[in-house]
Design a protein around this ligand. Structure first.
Ligand code: KG4
Ligand code: ZN
Length: 343
């Protein structure tokens, strides 16, 4: 290890993945251990907070050891410890925060608090350097927002969902189709084989703002399926998946294009669990051909879902900006981006 290298041990435990990573210079993954609990939550059709916390407690020490071993580093090689402290499930967050604090305290290392959503955005650092000003379309199971970043470590939410997050809508309609939680990936696969025959609503598409809404689409979908089952009609599952996905992709891409017309940015970053959606990735590739000066940075497929490597990338940026926490750091389940652009 070069002495000048910056090595961060990063923690992520905001929802249903326990993850510990070792990240070098904010853009190189030395290890990224992700212990997923999805199987434990599937029978409930969603994440059960108490079950999540227990799993994190059981897994975290193994994850720390695996992350250090795989990266071939020891505590003496570390420059800092970064941790997600919000937003997320309070009991789940607390496990990562407590572990990170213990290691920072025991080894006298700086502790860097990281916003989970900033982590998703900075996953793009593993693809290429982020150039500012930038715009991020952040689409996950809990959030759907357009974030303007005039410079590094500064965030302004310019638009967000008024109701359900995009990933949440995928999971809810998947449940109605009898799919396992989380169903985004399965719907995405099925959507490749069908046609948009149902023409579901595109909410707020024509409105002059950057906000989204997915609850009307979800209701329209559920009503269609229930009505068909009441009259004994069999609907084509692939067409349902394609029609649903097309509606989500249309709304996400039209608002993103509107934002790109308004904010002159160098890059568009696509991040969060739903950023893995093939329909969305292909559509944005196409839309971006009209914006010759805007580069599209898509978070790597493997890093779209929750993981600690992205927290290491965001932690590195925060570290360079002097962001530090002390031993009073607590989990903040409703944490928002702190910094806002002055109008
Ligand atoms: O970012 P993430 O891992 O966790 C949160 O912070 O919420 O996002 C998880 C969400 C789930 O709702 C899942 O169904 C969705 O991302 N997802 C997808 C795809 N892969 C995961 N949604 C659509 N298409 C996909 N390929
Ligand atoms: Zn997430």
């Amino acid at each position: 290890m070069d002495k000048k290298d910056n090595i961060i041990l990063a923690f992520e435990s905001s929802c249903d993945e326990t993850s510990v990573a070792v990240v070098k210079n904010g853009n190189e993954i030395l290890s990224n251990i992700v212990a997923t609990q999805v199987a434990s939550h599937q029978r409930f059709g969603g994440v059960v907070p108490e079950v999540a916390s227990r799993h994190h407690i059981e897994q975290i020490t193994y994850c720390i050891q695996d992350a250090l071993d795989e990266a071939n580093v020891d505590y003496e090689d570390l420059d800092a410890v970064a941790v997600t402290y919000g937003p997320g499930l309070v009991g789940a967050l607390l496990v990562g925060v407590a572990a990170a604090k213990a290691i920072a305290f025991a080894h006298n290392l700086p502790l860097i608090p990281v916003n989970h959503m900033a982590g998703h955005i900075y996953a793009a650092r593993f693809i290429g350097e982020i150039k500012f000003p930038a715009l991020a379309l952040l689409v996950s199971g809990g959030h759907t927002e357009l974030v303007y970043m005039p410079e590094e470590n500064k965030f302004q939410i310019i638009g967000e969902t008024r109701d359900d997050a995009a990933g949440e809508a995928f999971d809810k309609v998947g449940r109605v189709m009898g799919m396992k939680y989380p169903s985004g990936k399965e719907i995405d696969e099925l959507a490749k084989t069908g046609k948009d025959t149902f023409n579901f609503p595109r909410a707020m598409e024509k409105e002059d703002n950057f906000d989204f809404s997915f609850s009307g689409l979800k209701s329209a979908f559920i009503n269609t399926v229930h009505h068909a089952s009441q009259i004994g009609e069999k609907l084509d599952k692939a067409d349902l998946a394609t029609s649903f996905e097309q509606s989500v992709v249309d709304v996400l891409s039209s608002k993103t294009v509107k934002a790109l017309e308004h904010f002159k940015v160098k890059q568009l970053i696509l991040a969060g669990g739903v950023a893995a959606n093939q329909g969305l990735r292909t559509r944005l590739d196409k839309e971006l051909t009209a914006f010759k000066d805007v580069e599209l940075l898509k978070a790597p497929l493997k890093l779209c879902g929750d993981n600690a490597a992205m927290i290491g990338a965001a932690g590195y940026v925060a570290f360079k900006h002097g962001v530090r926490a002390d031993m009073t750091l607590n989990a903040e389940p409703s944490l928002e981006f702190e910094w806002m652009v002055e109008k």
